[in-house]
Design a protein around this ligand. Sequence first.
Ligand code: NZQ
Ligand code: ZN
Length: 388
Amino acid sequence: MEDFRFVNKTDIRFGKNHIDTELHDAVAQFGQNVLLAYGGGSIKRSGLYERVMKALSGLNVVELSGIEPNPKIDSVREGQRLVKEHNVDVVLAVGGGSVIDASKVIASAKFYEGDPWDLVLDADKRYAIDQLPLVDILTLSATGTEMNWASVISNPETNQKIGTFGPNTPAVSFLDPQLTYSVSKWQTAAGSIDIFSHLTEQYFDQANDTDIQDGQIEGLYRAVIKWAPIALATPDNYEARANLMWASTMALNGLVGSGKQNAWTVHPIEHELSAFYDITHGVGLGILTPRWMKFVLSDKTVAKFARFGRNVWSIQDDDDQVVAEKAIQATYDWVKSLEVPTNLPGVEITNDEHFQEMAESAVTFGLDNGYVPMTPADVVALYNASMT
Ligand code: NZQ
Ligand code: ZN
């Protein structure tokens, strides 16, 4: 196990209807001027917008709407303009990962005079400045952004989608599983696969004897595998939504990755797909992950895959290679059972014209330091293997 420091100060309010009684004070503790950020309208259709506005009565609220999936830097620029112009004290993000991610960078951009894209490209610039407190109401279980330091922002002009870190996690996160009843099948599946992938990126790691973390990850894996199909079949099943929501948070709040050592692999490869084709992040991960598992399975990694097969998928066999291969097949079958595409043509990527460029960009995000290091040629091969 590697050395680590773990500090996470997010105040979690988990469960039913806390926003109606607690949101006002959770926001007002930071000031009167609030930027309310949200996406394309799901919060209006669900009635959540009205509940939020009621809870915020008495505060000065300025709104930023229309933050898109795979949030674009232009939304951050608009948010920066608003927080400066209205001297905002606190950002309230209501939505999925895209809204919360963009809001984190907006919270930093209040204290930056230049273009916020600089802050995405250079984390040192963000750590050198202050960040407004962020309160969020999560409406989609997937990214873990509700309790972590990360944002992923896209720049369509340059075909870049870049992960960036700030100094603070959200100050307060409201996690009410009921708010995810209205999430579509597609987004429920994508979010569940995203959680699965976050676990995979941290489980398959070269740090030895991380039994605490690996045991926690295995429990989270089993929960996601079990509850995702139930949420798909019965969208208003509270226990399914609650387990997925807490799994989302626990998979990526820094805890299970502490003491690990590797850079992530599948995420940078997927981010290129989203950057070039604007596809849904979790769906891209579902296509790539089983192929990546096949690619990295070898004599050196088979023991870890066998542990994964036995402890996560309950596969019984004495032969590690057999268990490993069955576990990879089980992963593919689970993704398929969630009714999302399992190859690139399924998300309308039908030719390889950008694969080389995407692969070269992906490796710059640390793939040489991954669980199994990958070259651009390896990544192109992975994209090609994902065509059928
Ligand atoms: O925009 P609205 O109208 O709100 O609709 C959204 C959006 O169309 C909809 N939605 C959200 N909550 C809903 C709902 N629809 C009905 N009912 C609800 N309760 O779902 C659509 C997708 O929303 P989005 O926020 O994009 O999804 P998600 O939470 O999966 O976030 C994906 C983004 O997060 C990044 C991804 O790359 C992607 O850009 N990631 C962020 C990470 C982080 N900050 O740590 C890590 C992840 O690996 C990931 O890369
Ligand atoms: Zn992800």
